[in-house]
Ligand binder design. Sequence first.
Ligand SMILES: *[C@@H]1O[C@H](CO)[C@@H](O)[C@H](O)[C@H]1NC(C)=O
Ligand SMILES: *[C@@H]1O[C@H](CO)[C@@H](O)[C@H](O)[C@H]1NC(C)=O
Ligand SMILES: *[C@@H]1O[C@H](CO)[C@@H](O)[C@H](O)[C@H]1NC(C)=O
Ligand SMILES: *[C@@H]1O[C@H](CO)[C@@H](O)[C@H](O)[C@H]1NC(C)=O
Ligand SMILES: *[C@@H]1O[C@H](CO)[C@@H](O)[C@H](O)[C@H]1NC(C)=O
Ligand SMILES: *[C@@H]1O[C@H](CO)[C@@H](O)[C@H](O)[C@H]1NC(C)=O
Length: 459
Amino acid sequence: MVLAFHRRSGFLAVFILAGISAIESQQSGIAPDLRKSSPPRVVKPVGQEEVKLVCNVKYAKNYTWYKNHKKIHQPADRYVVKTPRYLRITDVLKSDSGTFVCIASNKYGTVNCTIRLIVEDPTVSSTNVSGAVKPHFLYPDKMAEAKLEYTEREKFQLLCDAKGTPTPTVTWYRGKEIYRGHRSDETITPGHYHYNIHFSGVDVADGGNYTCVVKNSFGTLTHSYVFDVKEYIRSLPQILSVWEQKKPEYAGTDLQMRAIVLSKNINTKFFWYFSKSFVPDETNLGTLINQTLFESRLETPSHKAASWLKWKVVLNLKNLSVADSGSYWCQAENIVGTVQRQTSLKVTTRPITPSPSGSTVSLTSISSEIEAVTQTSMGWTDRIRYPVAVIAVPVGVVALLIIASGLFYWQVKKGRASSSATMKSRRNIGSLQAKYVVQSNEYVIVPDLKGLGNDFGTN
Ligand SMILES: *[C@@H]1O[C@H](CO)[C@@H](O)[C@H](O)[C@H]1NC(C)=O
Ligand SMILES: *[C@@H]1O[C@H](CO)[C@@H](O)[C@H](O)[C@H]1NC(C)=O
Ligand SMILES: *[C@@H]1O[C@H](CO)[C@@H](O)[C@H](O)[C@H]1NC(C)=O
Ligand SMILES: *[C@@H]1O[C@H](CO)[C@@H](O)[C@H](O)[C@H]1NC(C)=O
Ligand SMILES: *[C@@H]1O[C@H](CO)[C@@H](O)[C@H](O)[C@H]1NC(C)=O
Ligand SMILES: *[C@@H]1O[C@H](CO)[C@@H](O)[C@H](O)[C@H]1NC(C)=O
């Protein structure tokens, strides 16, 4: 039996070699009955301030303890006999080593307990312990598997179980400081046998570097555990703000929708949804927008495990089209759940201002303007290339106009033979043409793109 205690000069291990024997009385009646005694060899942590040598006897009238064949007289300073149960030794010294015998008797018989007590400092080779072994860890594989991160409230142990002869002691450090446990119900005594640290519901503040130093007189072992404790997340993300439309957004331009999201979980995910409906419907957010179009950036340092983390979440809409009008939902998801917030977007075609000169616009400039409008109206949702119809309709209109103006010109020429008059009306026709085309351009193309959006815009 090894019991532990603390002494000013150092820490001592107490080896109690207990031998128990009993002499049963052959007389009738009730002889003393040995109920419990210190086992032959028990290892207990050093650092206990007392050691109890147990010899618990029932029916004993006479209960006497001896050390090295000398009776222990009561009362004594550090040796306290608790009849009929044990001898308690406080502030154990190396000189307390010896053979302790307890004899309990009544008139029907006698019982004795023999316990050998060896007091030794395991870190100093004072006794020649036969078969000395330097310390070695019992569970090196388990120790190597220790996690680098735990979640608040998690239960776990840091192991440094070790064996050696004499039994090695352990001192725990947290960082450079000796670690004695941080809760009132926990005492990790340095230099004793507290091989393991138990965390029964770890705190965020418990993270750090824990090192055990295990040693006996023949060797020293150390092992460090470094871990973080992340907060147990109880909160949904919070979408603080989402982009809101404050001005007209024109087809052909780019738009960045931003949202500011708070979440305590570093693994928060973000999504954007699109629906053509302007009526927010939280049960149907619409279509998930291709993730290549959005990005999220952590704005706060991620090591601040205990606080809210802030993200900027951006949806990049390139080449807006009218078909991109509708509801946009920003969604944030963490381990607790998801939250979302809606915003509306209305895309309008940019009004086309006639050329400043106003008088002559060539046919090529008209057609390129048509093309420009057609191109810029292609939105991020449009996945088709230039539908032939979009070009065919205005080209047809232009052709008709050319024919019509040709006829008109022919009539004018027929009516007035003057060449100067012809030149003048040509100019008139040119300006008339330009006006007409620009108007019809707006008129024809816009509804056509709407139709396009309805067919393809939601993809
Ligand atoms: C204790 O009992 C054993 C026999 O079990 C005996 O040999 C021994 O002498 C006894 N010790 C004392 C001190 O009476
Ligand atoms: C108790 O027994 C011891 C011997 O074991 C003896 O010396 C002592 O006188 C006894 N005491 C009493 C009160 O009987
Ligand atoms: C210690 O014990 C070993 C055997 O276990 C023996 O060889 C050695 O001489 C002893 N040393 C001392 C100082 O007693
Ligand atoms: C942990 O502490 C030990 C002892 O102070 C030190 O040797 C080790 O480098 C530390 N580890 C880290 C990761 O800080
Ligand atoms: C998202 O867009 C990328 C590039 O534009 C494309 O490769 C990918 O297939 C798209 N994913 C889906 C699900 O549409
Ligand atoms: C807009 O879309 C058109 C057609 O899809 C494309 O050719 C053009 O490069 C896009 N513009 C921008 C700025 O992405």
